[in-house]
Design a protein around this ligand. Structure first.
Ligand SMILES: Cc1ncc(C[n+]2csc(CCOP(=O)(O)OP(=O)(O)O)c2C)c(N)n1
Ligand code: SF4
Length: 282
């Protein structure tokens, strides 16, 4: 972690396609992930972005942080919009109305937009085999509207709609395993990432760009505001979820930069990680 500030600026592309001046909270892991995704994608992209924190903080009229073509979509139709864009590009290329240059089509949203409300459209797009990349920024709740629980909120965590106390443990259901659901669609590339491992994250985006067909990237994104965590712990918390095995980094392909950590070799018990984020009542 100490090497983060030394190496990443040297190894990451300096060009920013997601401009500074956006309105994300201090220490937001999700906006850091988005910035890294944009760096790795480069300029030849079209992004369909579901409602949620990353859309809200980046597009207060008349300003925008987007230096690439970008469209705001609903929760329900983000993957459908991306499917339409990809199909339109195919037709325009076939009719020689545009050059044959590769344009990466990307759909993105938070865990609420992805794992709950947009799941049907996402599943359809994966099944139809559209050539696009879906990026889920998983901060484990509907943060933008005030920390409501989603199906990606882990068991026992605190949210405003699942508050822990005398009558409840907090979130009562188990976290939906979205990357494994994507894998079950038999698509060519699924990976998990985390902005606390920025080079790994960017390599996975670059890898996905080069794979034909549907790709799914699930990015664990620390949200200090929603987790009631200190803002200077974002990178550390992102590391802890990997080191404790709470959110392992892996890909659906054979090669893997950071392997799953076997449970018996975890550096810390998971509770240490949860304790940092103050998300547990005990
Ligand atoms: C169908 C629908 N329901 C509710 C809303 C209100 N809404 C806007 S942003 C948001 C939270 C988004 O949560 P998530 O997708 O997890 O992204 P995050 O803000 O956490 O990044 C909600 C509920 C909406 N825009 N559309
Ligand atoms: S609420 Fe969380 S995810 Fe949203 S901008 Fe703030 S820190 Fe980022």
């Amino acid at each position: 972690m100490e090497q983060y500030g030394v190496y990443v600026p040297r190894l990451a592309p300096s060009k920013e396609y997601f401009a500074p001046g956006h309105r994300a909270c201090i220490g937001c892991g999700e906006v850091l992930a988005l910035r890294l995704v944009c760096k790795a994608l480069g300029r030849d992209v079209i992004i369909a972005n579901a409602t949620g924190c990353m859309e809200i903080v980046s597009s207060p009229l008349p300003n925008t942080s987007w230096r690439v073509p970008w469209i705001h979509t609903l929760f329900e139709n983000t993957s459908a919009v991306a499917s339409g864009i990809e199909s339109a590009l195919k037709v325009l290329r076939r009719k020689e109305k545009i050059s044959g240059k590769k344009i990466t089509v990307v759909a993105m949203g938070g865990d609420g937009a992805t794992c709950d409300i947009g799941l049907q459209a996402l599943s359809g797009a994966l099944e139809r085999g559209h050539d696009f990349l879906y990026v889920c920024f998983d901060n484990e709740a509907y943060m933008n509207t005030g920390i409501q629980r989603s199906c990606s909120t882990p068991y026992g965590a605190m949210t405003t709609t699942a508050p822990p106390g005398k009558v409840s443990i907090g979130q009562k259901t188990r976290k939906k395993n979205m990357p494994e659901i994507a894998v079950a669609h038999n698509i060519p590339y699924v990976a998990t990432a985390n902005p606390s491992y920025p080079i790994d994250l960017m390599n996975k985006v670059k890898k996905a760009k080069g794979v034909a067909g549907p790709k799914y990237l699930h990015i664990f994104s620390v949200c200090p505001t929603g987790w009631r965590a200190p803002t200077d712990l974002t990178i550390r918390l992102g590391r802890l979820v990997v080191e404790t095995g709470i959110a392992p980094l892996y890909t659906s392909q054979a090669e893997c930069s950071l392997p799953r950590v076997p449970v018996h070799r975890l550096k810390f018990p998971p509770v240490k990680c949860l304790h940092h984020a103050l998300r547990q009542p005990w």
